[in-house]
Design a protein around this ligand. Structure first.
Ligand code: ADP
Length: 663
């Protein structure tokens, strides 16, 4: 007693949970289908308690999808094992809401399928179909073949029970189209079984046989004995309908063996009943009795009232045929008693269903509320998406405009830079042109005035000699000749500078540097000009020390030194002195020419090296000049990579310096 009441159900429950769990992995619908095919299960209270625990766990770890599925399982237990429609509906309403807020469309599909079942069970196939349509719409969008096939099967069954046989056929055919994509062929076997039942409804028994047999092949491969037994029994019934009693008998016998192998008492009772009925029809009353007695025993242990009723009915008929009216009456009475029981149970069920229908209708408004909320949310979401799209479009447009502006800015920047470069070039060219222009002016003015002056005096001297030669004394002629010579020398020096300058300006001088000995250059120039200095009673002082080498163009440096010494002689009064010096300073050599002459004011110093501010004064012996020498010197020194500058004080003398790169 203890064993059957507590231990066995516990073991069965464990097996059941394990099968559910094991099948959950490969198949998305097996856990659900299990609740409709399982014949054995643990006591409802235990199952519900277990689910309650799982719900708490799911809530604790905030696993929304686990919560949805546990709610569904709890509802299915209430629906299929406890027949508590209201409680089941509460669970499915919760699972529907939870699936919706957890964005779990598969949870929504199962919730709608389960809700459809409730209405199917309380005899409202139209309502059931409505929920199935909703489940199908979501499953279709979900594109999961297994869930779709399951939904189509449910649609088929509901359509069939609503009398829409063609629609049912369409749904099953549609479901079969997914058979290649299913993880196992359990659903295919189920669809074939449903198709067979539909064919029976249409009284197309040949077609029904075909479908049952196809389904049987699959179930045998799957080694699902219970399903195999059910199919064999259905095949037997179908042969019976086709009046093929022998075939019917063979299949009942096979079904019985299968049920016996798994000790499925209800099945065993039904199979013995069918075999007993067969023998009764064959008028083999002995065999009929034996089988019906066995059916009765199995039916009693399985507590299946419908099987018991059939056993009593045929036992009564058989006894009557055998002439034992007493036994016949006793069994007839038992049949009627159990029938009464069944009818009462059925009417209780009907009453329960009617009561439930009202409660369920109340709850339906909850579904509508859920659906409205969902629609509102979807609308809101769509609106948000639209706004988002506008924003993105605006952002995109902004980005394009920004890029365009940046591109234009960069383009302008580039053309500005180009313009600036061109301007700078033009500026440089302008300066060059101005310099060229001043050079040209200077050149012409030198040719026009400075060259004309000495030539004029030369002509007047030569005229004096030609016209007054006889009137002039020998001494006077000698003086004129001396003046003539001085003018010629001046002219020569001027022409020399002019030519060299012209050459440097036209770029005809190659300023290639080579190592030069500066002491030598200074020494040579001192020698060259000492006579000219002596004529004015001026001494040139130079004491060469260590050899100082510079890197420069020898002829141009010589010109610079000669010009500077000439100037010093020119602007120093008799009795004065000129001091030459060369000194090495880090990486340059500095040469200086210092005199004790007239010196210069600051204003004069500022004008010295400028072509545009021609400055020239007479020397201490009235020597004429052109203001070209220093400009030439500065130009030459700079072309050699050096600098030229002056330090001077009026009346005290001047010192001209120039630097050159050291060799
Ligand atoms: P020029 O000597 O032919 O006039 P320069 O270019 O050699 O041309 O000199 C320009 C002017 O600079 C001179 O006329 C003079 O006024 C001034 N100058 C040059 N050297 C000296 C110097 N050593 N002492 C004073 N003044 C000088």
């Amino acid at each position: 007693m203890m064993l059957t009441r507590y231990v066995l159900p516990g073991i069965l429950c464990l097996i059941f949970l394990q099968t559910v769990h094991a099948q959950e992995e490969p198949s998305a619908t097996a856990w659900y289908r299990q609740y409709f095919t399982s014949r054995d299960h643990a006591p409802v209270e235990e199952l519900l308690e277990q689910k309650e625990k799982e719900l708490l766990e799911a809530r604790e770890i905030q696993d929304d999808s686990a919560r949805v599925f546990v709610l569904l399982q709890k509802g299915l237990i209430q629906l299929n094992y406890a027949y508590n429609f209201e409680a089941a509906m509460d669970c499915f309403l919760q699972s529907l809401g939870a699936a919706d807020s957890a964005r779990l469309p598969s949870g929504e599909v199962f919730s709608y399928l389960a809700l459809a079942h409730i209405f199917e069970q309380v005899g409202n196939p139209e309502k059931s179909l409505q929920f199935l349509e909703r489940a199908f719409a979501i499953a279709f969008a979900l594109k999961q073949p297994e869930i779709l096939a399951l939904t189509l099967n449910e649609l088929g069954k509901a359509s069939a029970s609503a009398g829409r046989l063609d629609e049912a056929q369409e749904h099953y055919d549609h479901a079969l189209r997914y058979k290649q994509e299913l993880p196992d062929n359990g659903l295919e076997a189920e669809t074939l079984y449903n198709l067979a039942n539909l064919s029976v409804t249409k009284r197309d028994f040949i077609q029904a046989l075909e479908y049952y047999k196809q389904s049987l092949t699959i179930r045998r491969k799957q080694r699902l004995r219970l399903e195999e037994g059910i199919l064999l029994s259905e095949i037997g019934d179908t042969y019976n309908n086709l009046n093929n009693r022998e075939r019917a008998y063979a299949n009942y016998k096979a079904a019985l063996e299968v049920y016996q192998s798994i000790d499925f008492k209800k099945g065993i009772a039904e199979a013995y009943n069918q075999i007993g009925e067969y023998y009764y029809n064959q008028q083999n009353y002995k065999q009929a009795l034996a089988n019906l007695e066995l059916a009765l025993a199995a039916g009693q242990s399985a507590q299946t009232k419908s099987a018991l009723r059939k056993s009593y009915e045929y036992l009564s008929l058989t006894w009557k045929a055998l002439g034992d009216f007493k036994e016949a009456l006793r069994h007839k009475e038992l049949q009627l008693a159990i029938n009464e029981f069944i009818v009462k149970e059925e009417s209780d069920q009907k009453l329960l269903e009617t009561q439930s229908t009202y409660a369920l209708q109340q709850k339906e408004s909850e579904i509508e509320r859920l659906e409205r909320a969902k629609q509102d949310r979807e609308r809101e979401l769509a609106e948000q998406k639209r706004i988002q799209m506008y924003l993105y479009a605006l952002l995109g447009l902004g980005a394009v405009i920004a890029v365009l502006i940046l591109y234009l800015y960069l383009l302008k920047q580039r053309s500005n830079r180009q313009l600036q470069a061109i301007n700078a070039q033009i500026e440089a060219q302008n300066i060059q042109l101005q310099t060229l222009n001043t050079t040209k002016d200077k050149f012409f003015s030198i040719i026009g005035h400075d060259l004309k002056g000495p030539l004029n005096s030369l002509t007047s001297f030569s005229n004096l000699l030609i016209n007054h030669f006889d009137a002039l004394s020998k001494e006077e002629i000698q003086n004129i000749a001396k003046d003539l010579d001085k003018s010629l020398k001046n002219l020569f020096a001027l022409l020399n500078n002019l030519l060299e300058w012209a050459r440097s300006q036209t770029g005809n001088i190659d300023f290639t540097a080579s190592p030069i000995n500066l002491s030598e250059v200074l020494e040579q120039n001192k020698e060259l000009l000492s006579q000219q200095a002596a004529a004015k009673d001026i001494t040139i002082l130079y004491e060469p020390g260590e050899v100082i080498m510079a890197s420069a163009h020898m002829p141009s440096v010589t010109t610079v030194v000669r010009n500077l010494i000439s100037n010093a002689i020119k602007f120093t009064s008799p009795g004065g002195a000129i001091k030459l010096n060369a000194q090495k300073k880090s990486n340059e050599v500095v040469v200086s020419v210092a005199d004790t002459g007239v010196g210069m004011s600051k204003t004069v110093m500022e004008k010295l090296f400028r072509l545009d501010a021609k400055h020239s004064t007479l020397g201490t012996a009235n020597e004429k000049g052109t203001g070209l020498g220093l400009i030439l010197c500065k130009d030459f020194v700079e072309k050699n990579g050096g600098r030229l500058w002056v330090e001077s004080e009026e009346g005290k003398g001047s010192t001209f310096y120039f630097s050159l790169p050291v060799a």
